[in-house]
Design a protein around this ligand. Structure first.
Ligand code: ZN
Length: 375
């Protein structure tokens, strides 16, 4: 009797246990199935968060044939995601920028094509695109933004300059990017960091306390007096050039090199007293706007003739300086770009790679800078 009662007592417990086990197995199955699905989506290149979105919104069939798509991946995990823009996200090339998805939404709303949107993203950072997307759809997008170095934030100035001057689009972009559509010395960019490729001119100013890195003394006979300073790499390159010139029977020497902000101020005052304000405006850079403050610009003289322009060294430098990393900085033909009247004696060290490019393409340093170095 007692055994029968035991079985009877056990029976509902077994039932419950069986049910629990069944539920556990079922949940485990569902879980494993879910993990497997997520695994296959993640394998395409999606994050956990995006994979969940894809799975629960039934988009697996949509993303599977596409393979990895970074823009979609970002869209699915973004709070800015809009389902109606799915096909746009799919076609927009991914860029690592702030506001990326919300910027796509805004540009789609303005009526830009996917091709145009890709173009827009290539010409500014997230903040630039955000500002650009606030304005009405622009007219000359392809004209200006097929030029690799065009900037979104300069668009209005491109249109204005091009309307006023009738210049070609590429020249217009170059001029405006270099701020040459503005008056000299007005609203300059402040250049803070030293680099061998830095650009200083009448639109790009150094502060009073700016000093280049690695200033060293330039000894005689390389310099005409023993107190001149220059950036080490530039001085070393000059020594090589000096020796090569000497071997060929030419005598070059540095007459002026690094000048501090204060030195430039004094230079300006001296010339103002001697020749007046007009002369200073045309021939002397204002303090902060002189390449001499970078320690990379040298005034070269001839050891045989007083006027450098008339020396055989002048021609030798034109033919050979680029081999040592130097460029003639202010030639007559580039006055529009450099803003300086010709100075046949003023050479700038930029390194051999850039000097060779500039020599081969015959362009001003401003143009090189705008095309390859400006951000
Ligand atoms: Zn000079």
């Amino acid at each position: 009797m007692s055994t029968v009662r035991k079985i009877k007592l056990k029976s509902p417990i077994v039932k419950i246990l069986k049910t629990i086990l069944f539920i556990i197995v079922l949940l485990l199955g569902v879980f494993l199935f879910y993990r497997y699905e997520i695994y296959t989506i993640k394998k395409l290149g999606y994050s956990e968060e995006s994979s969940n979105y894809i799975l629960f919104h039934g988009l697996k069939d949509y993303v599977e044939p596409l393979g990895e798509n970074k823009t979609l991946n970002e869209a699915f995990s973004s709070t800015d995601y809009k389902e109606e823009n799915l096909d746009h996200y799919k076609s927009i090339k991914y860029v690592k920028q702030d506001y990326f998805i919300s910027n796509i939404n805004a540009l789609v709303d303005k009526g830009y094509s996917n091709r145009n949107i890709n173009m827009i993203f290539a010409h500014g950072n997230g903040e630039d695109v955000r500002e650009f997307a606030k304005r009405d759809k622009i007219r000359y997008l392809e004209e200006f933004f097929s030029i690799s170095y065009a900037k979104l934030r300069n668009y209005d100035r491109y249109v204005k300059y091009s309307d006023e001057t009738g210049e070609d689009d590429d020249v217009t972009v170059l001029i405006v990017n270099l701020d040459l559509d503005k008056e000299n010395y007005v609203d300059p960019t402040i250049v803070k960091e030293f680099s061998m490729t830095m650009l200083v001119n009448k639109h790009r100013q150094l502060q009073e306390d700016f000093e280049p890195d690695n200033l060293v003394k330039i000894p005689e006979p390389y310099a005409s007096d023993n107190n001149l300073l220059g950036v080490r790499e530039a001085v070393d390159a000059f020594k090589l050039m000096y020796n090569a010139a000497k071997d060929e029977g030419y005598g070059i020497v540095i007459n002026s090199a690094y000048r501090s902000y204060k030195d430039q101020e004094e230079t300006c005052n001296t010339y103002r007293d001697l020749y007046g304000e007009n002369y200073v405006t045309n021939y002397v850079a204002r303090p902060g706007f002189s390449e001499h403050q970078t320690g990379l610009g040298f005034d070269i003289g001839s050891t045989t003739v007083n006027v450098f322009r008339n020396s055989k060294e002048y021609q030798w430098m034109l033919d050979n300086a680029y081999k040592y990393g130097f460029i003639l900085r202010f030639p007559q033909k580039f006055v529009t770009y450099t803003g300086f009247n010709p100075e046949p004696w003023h050479y700038r060290y930029v390194g051999k790679e850039i000097s060779t490019y500039i020599h081969e393409h015959d362009i001003p340093y401003e143009e090189y800078y705008a095309m390859f170095l400006d951000e």
